[in-house]
Design a protein around this ligand. Structure first.
Ligand code: NAP
Length: 288
């Protein structure tokens, strides 16, 4: 069994990005600029945004953080999005999700210029992905594909089963995995899927992206399968300072002995997600 090291792989990719930024700036161009909009004080969102800002510093990007309190209005966020869309100094930006309930997330996503939508959530970018056109692929699916490629996991003709059909993970990943060049045969499962266990057991590559800690157990995994665990649920933990730890959707202890490859949580898919965001921002900067 090979443990897929997302931290190491993301460090390699970050070093490659930093090299490109150096070349850009020494050629007289300005460094790419990523902006992040954070509404409220959700613990998870605070951590993710802090990581994104830190990663920008590591690769030599400029970054800015625009903060709002929980009671910010939808109009305030829409105005900020419009400002960022028109700011020539900003190459790409994200609005950290989830947003407070009184703000319509889809409305905000659709207000972002597709050219600056480095999260790849805008319907135009999702549509371009479906059509096989150049686009900003959303960060988590793109990071998963990078891991699969860098670890040289065979995909052509293989059966990839994805548990979860969200617009940010399962759905775009299913499109990427079935694209020419990757060539997997893909099955997407969700909460209404019948015989999920039996289907999962036929996977050469099994991706768990449902947000149910420990859902995938050894009896759902074929001997020698590659298992990608996207889940990151905070569970209470007395041994950590924060009082919680991240738990994946895969029961690592029982599943890992059966796998050819497996991603840990944390340290697997998570670090790759930020890398993909950086890659998209670099791409946006180059396109402008
Ligand atoms: P989501 O929007 O809640 O979608 C979950 C999907 O799982 C839905 O399609 C749902 O089916 C399906 N599902 C839920 N319970 C199921 C069950 N018992 N059996 C089969 N399918 C089931 O979640 P998400 O945003 O895609 O995130 C999924 C997980 O990945 C979460 O733990 C999240 O924190 C994590 N995540 C991690 C990263 C990272 O960087 N590591 C990035 C993004 C997300 P229905 O469609 O039928 O409801």
């Amino acid at each position: 069994m090979t443990l897929i090291d997302g931290k190491q792989t993301s460090a390699e990719i970050k070093a490659e990005i930093a090299q490109e930024v150096k070349q850009m700036t020494s050629a007289g161009k300005r460094a790419p600029h990523l902006a992040a909009v954070l509404v409220g004080h959700d613990g998870g969102s605070e951590t993710y945004v802090a990581h994104k800002i830190k990663s920008c510093e590591e690769v030599g990007f400029k970054s800015s953080l625009i903060r709002f309190e929980d009671d910010a209005t939808e109009q305030q966020i829409l105005d900020t999005v419009a400002k960022l869309n028109n700011d020539p100094d900003v190459d790409g930006f994200i609005v950290q999700l989830p947003l407070p309930k009184h703000i319509d997330e889809q409305k905000i996503i659709e207000a972002i210029s597709p050219k600056k939508d480095v999260d790849g959530f805008h319907p135009v970018n999702l549509g371009r992905l479906v059509a096989g056109l150049d686009t900003f692929v959303s960060a988590t699916p793109s990071g998963i594909v990078d891991l699969i490629k860098r670890y040289k996991i065979e995909t052509s003709g293989k059966h990839c089963v994805i548990i979860g059909r969200s617009n940010i993970v399962g759905r775009p990943l299913s499109i990427l995995m079935s694209q020419k060049g990757i060539d997997a045969t893909v099955t997407v499962c969700h909460s209404r899927t019948e015989n999920l266990k039996e289907i999962a057991r036929t996977a050469d590559i099994l991706v768990a992206a449902l947000g149910r800690p420990g859902f995938v157990t050894a009896d759902m995994v074929k001997e020698g399968a590659a298992v990608i665990d996207v889940g990151t649920t905070r569970v209470p933990c007395a041994d950590t300072k924060s009082g919680f730890r991240l738990k994946g959707d895969v029961d690592f202890e029982t599943v890992s002995p059966k796998c050819s490859y497996i991603t840990p949580v944390p340290g697997g898919v998570g670090p790759m997600t930020i890398c993909s965001l950086l890659k998209n921002t670099l791409k946006a900067a180059k396109q402008r």
